[in-house]
Design a protein around this ligand. Structure first.
Ligand code: G4P
Length: 537
């Protein structure tokens, strides 16, 4: 290798090593907006609180839909935010909290190297988001747990650890320990340094509500601190130590307590992300090889979004850089189609604002506009013969409907519109395998996806559509070689997606169970893509 190439590689590896690309997964209302805002304040991206508005008010389906109506896209704020802390570049990937858009969240998780599980101290792991946690865990994604709202009455910390262990099947390793809770929440013991961090409840705007004392032991005269110290020692005695290797392989989660609202415990969280969350790792390709971050430029599309903003009426493809360095104007190949693409219009997207992105490194997110052919899962690379990255896992769509153009003269718009929404991942366009049916079937994980589809077909493609129910209510992924068994079963159907994946659909859960009894050898899963088949059967 020439001296210049070696310097470039060193620089590339250095830039990759100082990046942390992570997502926050939580149940709506757990405090993700508040936490995001506080993290951005630390990174100097926001000057005052209250600026991360777009995600506020999305706490139920109704307000979600209002937001959708206004913006004509799903999970419009699901982009990335970049900020720097202690010399580390943090790429925070936003995820929609609403269950109906869990598919989006899964795609975002595929672009992240780690995730923060944000729990409400009073509620813990909630049903709606359990699936996301399971998928994150199944993918072996390193997970950091932040227990929020400790300034309000909630579960006892020991109870919370137990809850995490049973609900998430992860070994919790508390790095901080709360002193009191609710109205009596006094502060935190930093178990790594034995520091006491007292909560100062005087309003301080953007500043952290910290008042530090030297050692936690010096606080032992106060009964709250004494009790917390005792508990913390009890936990140490029980062997709940943080194990870096287990964290990186996704079996142990560091746990931090705090309050996003009071900006308390956040700097400790940031510190854990910077110190322990992994930098970009080699990514697996379909040929089974792992592509090193130092390899020539390559990136994978994890999200496509149209009309995110009335000021920018175009379509943005979000790519995560997997290897190499991106420079503006670079020529790459879309490995799926073999076609060349010039990356001329590349943006850094921050909430709804955009800036031009001149260069990017592994772990960074690029918003590419003006390239219509990019689809979710596509790999782009400078070398045309690069093996594509593995497919991104999504959930098997469970709502199946048939789509019809209300005005039959609009067949062209109808087809084109549905194909585009399929490419963006808004809905799954499916074809029936038992009959040569020209009526397309649409699949969605959440009902709201179908509403987005109706709305966008009308407003963007000028085509009013009608969605009719189908007799199938339970779906699973099935291997193409087993499709005949499904088709021969009572009131069952099989479908194929554009990418060749096959889906079995049953009339009800009873018939699914019967099918499993009859054909125990057929593997049925609830996920499409790169997650081990053993999960979520
Ligand atoms: P989300 O994005 O996950 O949906 O949650 P968000 O941050 O919007 O927070 C949901 C509610 O919880 C908000 O209250 C927020 O102020 C509150 N909250 C967030 N973190 C904490 C915390 O650490 N302690 C306490 N006590 N509350 C917290 P809201 O009343 O629904 O809205 P707002 O009027 O306060 O904005």
């Amino acid at each position: 290798m020439s001296a210049q190439a070696s310097t470039e590689l060193q620089m590339l590896e250095g830039e990759a090593a100082r990046r942390r690309t992570f997502a926050i997964i939580s149940h709506p209302d757990a405090g993700k907006t508040t936490l995001t805002e506080k993290l951005l304040l630390y990174g100097g991206q926001l000057r005052e609180a209250g600026q991360v508005q777009a995600r506020g008010g999305r706490r139920n389906a109704v307000s979600d839909w209002t937001e959708l109506e206004q913006t004509r896209g799903i999970s419009v704020t699901s982009t990335s935010m970049r900020f720097e802390h202690a010399g580390t570049m943090l790429n925070l990937l936003d995820t929609p909290g609403h269950r109906d858009f869990s598919e989006d969240t899964l795609r975002v998780l595929a672009a992240a190297d780690s995730a923060v599980i944000l729990l409400d101290a009073a509620r813990g792991v909630q049903e709606q988001t359990r699936m996301l946690f399971e998928v994150a865990r199944a993918r072996g994604l390193p997970l950091i747990t932040f227990i929020n709202k400790f300034d309000r009455p909630g579960m006892e910390p020991l109870e919370m650890l137990d809850h995490i262990e049973t609900e998430l099947n992860l070994r919790p390793a508390p790095l901080t320990w709360p002193v009191g809770s609710g109205g009596e929440f006094r502060g935190l013991i930093d178990r790594r340094t034995d520091r006491a961090i007292a909560l100062d409840r005087t309003p301080r705007g953007a500043q952290a509500a910290h008042a530090e004392t030297a050692s936690a032991q010096t606080m032992a005269d106060d009964p709250h601190w004494a009790a917390a110290l005792e508990e913390s020692e009890l936990v140490s005695g029980a062997g709940e130590a943080f194990d870096e290797a287990a964290f990186l392989s996704g079996t142990c989660t560091p746990v931090l307590f705090g309050s996003a609202m009071w900006n308390f415990g956040i700097s400790e969280l940031l510190d854990v992300i910077v110190t322990h969350a992994p930098p970009p790792q080699p990514r697996f390709q379909v040929d089974g090889q792992a592509r090193e971050v130092g390899a020539p430029f390559s990136a994978q599309v994890f999200k496509v979004q149209a009309n995110t903003d009335p000021r920018h009426r175009d379509r943005l493809a979000f790519l995560r850089v997997c290897s190499g360095r991106f420079e503006r104007g670079m020529r790459v190949t879309n490995v799926r189609t073999g076609r060349p693409i010039t990356l001329a219009h590349v943006h850094e997207v921050f909430g709804r604002d955009r800036g031009e992105l001149l260069e990017a490194w592994p772990g960074d997110v690029m918003g590419v506009s003006g390239v219509r052919e990019l689809r979710v899962g596509d790999t782009v690379a400078v070398a045309a013969d690069t093996s594509p990255f593995r497919a991104i896992a999504t959930l098997v769509p469970e709502h199946l409907v048939t789509a019809h153009a209300v005005d039959s003269s609009k067949r062209k718009q109808f087809r084109r519109g549905l194909e585009q929404l399929d490419e963006e991942g808004v809905v799954h366009l499916l074809s029936r395998l038992s009959v040569d049916d020209r009526v397309p079937t649409l699949g969605a994980v959440g009902q709201l996806q179908l509403e987005v589809c109706l709305h966008r077909m009308r407003t963007e493609f000028g085509c009013e559509i009608r969605l009719d129910p189908t007799p199938w209510t339970v779906t699973r992924r099935v291997d193409a070689s087993e499709v005949d068994k499904v088709l021969n079963f009572d009131r069952a159907e099989a479908f194929r997606r554009g990418d060749g994946a096959t889906i079995a659909a049953f009339a009800d859960a009873y018939r699914l169970r019967r099918f499993i009894q009859l054909h125990p050898e057929v593997e049925l899963t609830r996920l499409l893509g790169d997650v081990p088949a053993t999960v979520l059967q």
